[in-house]
Design a protein around this ligand. Sequence first.
Ligand code: BDR
Ligand code: CA
Length: 309
Amino acid sequence: MKHILIDCDPGHDDALAILTALANAQKLNIIGITTVGGNQTLAKVTQNAKNVLSFVSATIPLAMGQKGPLVKEFIPSDEAHGQSGMDGPYFKDTAYPIVDENAVHFMYKQIMSVDEKVTIVGLAPLTNIAILLKSYPEIHEKIEAISLMGGGLTHGNMTALAEFNIYIDPEAAHIVFNSNLPIIMAGLDVTEKAAIKVSEIQALKNKGPVSHLAYELLHFYNQSGRQFGFEDSPIHDLCAIAYLLKPALFTGTHYFVTVDTNEGIGRGHTFADKRLTASQKKNTLVLEDVDREGFVELLVKALEKLDEE
Ligand code: BDR
Ligand code: CA
């Protein structure tokens, strides 16, 4: 059993990652979910988290974190995830309690309250996680790893080189990658291969309440992805959870990875030192390939399980 804490900005793919983690409660003990401004404003992504959690009658504590990045101004965009940050489904019952303290302090308390080490799952800009590491240095020894969706060694999706989660807050990402903690990086190198096909999305329609919710999420996400040239839908954030559940689905390589925080065309790029003589400690397992069918099956099975509950 792994103890995990999920930091997210739902987001269609965040929602599917949360649902898959919830369905696998025998393997993953979710000790908390925290939100951060990213795919939409903090208020909107928190409402989306509430909607998903109340839909499946979850009881995981949920806390709100930072509104935006450490240094730069944050201007949310409707482009990828719509006006609500998770357009598509309509939620009737949207009540869900919020922990009455900032996510960063909440994360600290939750992690310290568990005897074993905790894995942090980062599905959003890394602002909350960076502040946690800087504010409570003693937390390092309680963290097993940080499994994150972010970056890409070869290309980006916000600029030619920078992926969204890193691009929004490169300073935070720099703190996380240079924290000396083991990082598992599900960047665009692998997440764009972890794509669900239209026929597989269609098969979820009316299958059961949670599968149908996933259908509605993915239907919107698929349509929206077309403006970026995608026919199939990469479920980026799910990779960071899927790796924890079934690492054998993935292959990857350990590198020293850091983040470009300079102004210029490389800002927000995650780059790996691939030299055979690279001297810095290899801090990151960069996921590079995925068994796509196995990945989709993991999602479909998780949704089926939640349908039955
Ligand atoms: C990442 O950006 C967000 O739009 C998604 O939720 C994911 O975390 C992909 O670049
Ligand atoms: Ca996300």
